[in-house]
Each structure stands twice: as structure tokens, then as C-alpha cells.
Design a protein around this ligand. Structure first.
Ligand SMILES: [Zn+2]
Length: 82
């Protein structure tokens, strides 16, 4: 009778362990949750007046004729012609 009780405890322990393993495996096979969708502000892209390269408006060098990608292009466009 004592061995029957030990056997029952072992069987319950094995049952719980197997259930935990199956749960872990299903968790591992599940695809990772998608990252939360964070609203991003649109970046205004402007073209350089010299070379036409598009770049964010915040990274431009402002000239008299418009935005430029660099001070060198502003000099080439505005300093050369004017
Ligand atoms: Zn440029």
C-alpha cells in the first residue's frame, strides 16, 4: 500500500512535469509578439538645389535659392552663379 502511494506521487509529478514541458514547447514555437506600433512623425524630404539628393529637411543647409545637402553645394550653386 505504501509503494502504491509513492507510485501515485511519482505519476502525478511526471504528469505535471510533462504538462509544463508541452506548455514550454508551445510557447517557444509561438512567434514573438509584434512590437507595439509607435506612431512616427513623417519626415519631410527636400531635394538639394545643386545635386538633387533628397534628405530630411532638418539636415539641410538653407540658402537663398532653397535647401542644400551641404554648405559646399550652396557655395557652388549660389556663390558660382551670383
Ligand atoms: Zn547637394
Amino acid at each position: 500500500m505504501k509503494y502504491l502511494l509513492v507510485l501515485a506521487v511519482v505519476m502525478v509529478a511526471f504528469y505535471v512535469w510533462r504538462n509544463n514541458r508541452i506548455t514550454d514547447r508551445s510557447d517557444a514555437s509561438r512567434p514573438p509578439p509584434a512590437p507595439p506600433a509607435t506612431p512616427r512623425l513623417p519626415v519631410v524630404m527636400v531635394a538639394c538645389q545643386q545635386c538633387g539628393t533628397h534628405l530630411p529637411q532638418g539636415d539641410t543647409v538653407q540658402g537663398a535659392l532653397g535647401p542644400y545637402c551641404s554648405a559646399e553645394h550652396r557655395r557652388l550653386k549660389e556663390g558660382g552663379s551670383a
